[in-house]
Design a binder for this molecule. Structure first.
Ligand SMILES: [Zn+2]
Length: 367
């Protein structure tokens, strides 16, 4: 095995042949031999991976060192009687490495905590900033986003369908306190079971979702929920939340076109990503209160979510975006039922819609 000798001549760093000679490691260079006895030589470990060994001994002409960095070095040292000293050095070395690993974990944890704190502060700023946005701005933003959605979609114009949806919408709007006349529902021809609310009052309902409702009270449940996302300004907040970093970055680099593009692209994000769990619960709870005030059977909302949850199997989930953003799991169904139990007595007035005819018309319209 090759090694390097230092200190024997002024030049130093001479290549030598290293071998075991009894309880010594010996280095041979140009017919001269230097022996490093296990008993009296000093051994140390170096290199980033602890795979370099240095042997030193003091001689008449000063200290001589042998550097060993080949993979076989350890084997040779063991064979030459350095086992005890090696074990000692290696345990000290691994303790140092463990300490550094601990420091690295601490540094990473500190960075994460800092990022988390910055994110939390950004969220708090965002929440209060969103509350300051005037309603008129929010309406303009929603209208702009809606025109983006409509550019690639077909709005349903069949009278039976629009009239049925309008009947549900106007019953709900009549129960809004305070009244809001800027809420508009668009029924789009789309095979994906989905509905979402844009900021400022625009609600998108896909035909597949309308057709999947078995009675008008189920559609009323979905619409009451989506209306609450608008009234509680969830849509504006979720868009701001999802795009905060890209908007910040665009503002920092002065790329205002990207800010505009990001905002307009936010509609797709809302349709796919939905809202936070807390927002969902709040929209459910307030939606049930709205149904209650409108004298609509609130069980329709529970039935819809429960059926959608059961249908949300992996093979069909591609067409069930609403189920992925609004999971109808047992937890949701049970808290909805608990909320309904607390609503108090109220006489339910059926929604006067020929629902089956409307569903048939929807199917015919799609063929
Ligand atoms: Zn929702």
């Amino acid at each position: 095995m090759q090694g390097k000798l230092f200190g024997r001549t002024a030049a130093g760093g001479e290549s030598c042949e290293v071998s075991v000679a009894g309880a010594c490691l010996q280095a041979e260079h140009e017919e001269q031999t230097v022996r490093f006895p296990a008993e009296s030589s000093r051994l140390s470990i170096g290199g980033t991976n602890g795979c370099m060994f240095v042997l030193e001994k003091d001689g008449a002409s000063g200290t001589v060192s042998l550097y060993l960095d080949r993979p076989q070095s350890r084997q040779l040292l063991l064979a030459a009687g350095f086992a005890a000293r090696l074990a000692e050095l290696e345990s000290a070395h691994s303790a140092v490495r463990a300490r550094w690993a601990g420091v690295a974990v601490l540094v990473v944890a500190a960075c994460l905590a800092l990022a988390f704190a910055v994110n939390k502060v950004a969220d708090l700023v965002l929440v209060s900033a969103v509350q300051q946005v005037p309603l008129s701005w929010e309406s303009k933003l929603g209208a702009t986003m809606m025109s983006g959605v409509l550019a690639t979609a077909t709005e349903v114009s069949q009278r039976e369908v629009t009239a049925a949806v309008e009947t549900v919408v106007s019953r709900l709007k009549g129960a809004l306190e305070p009244p809001r006349d800027d809420i508009a529902v668009h029924v789009l021809r789309d095979d994906e079971v989905n509905a979402f609310a844009l900021p400022g009052g625009q609600i998108v309902l896909n035909t597949a979702l309308v057709a999947s409702c078995e009675r008008p009270e189920e559609l009323a449940g979905v619409l009451a929920h989506e209306m609450q996302h608008i009234l509680l300004r969830h849509s504006l907040q979720s868009i701001a939340e999802k795009m905060k970093w890209s908007i910040l970055l665009s503002l920092v680099i002065g790329d205002f076109d990207s800010v505009q593009a990001a905002i307009l692209g936010g509609a797709a994000g809302l349709a796919r990503l939905g809202h936070s769990r807390d927002m969902e619960r709040e929209a459910d709870r307030q939606g049930l209160l709205l149904l209650h005030r409108a004298n609509i059977d609130p069980e329709g909302m529970v039935d819809f979510f429960a059926r959608l949850g059961a249908a949300n199997r992996p093979e069909s989930s591609a067409l069930l975006s609403f189920a992925s953003t609004h999971p109808g799991d047992e937890e949701r169904v049970s808290y909805l039922q608990a909320e309904i139990a607390g609503l108090g007595e109220r006489t339910v007035e059926p929604l006067a819609i020929d629902w089956e005819t409307m569903r048939r018309m929807l199917k015919e319209g799609s063929s």
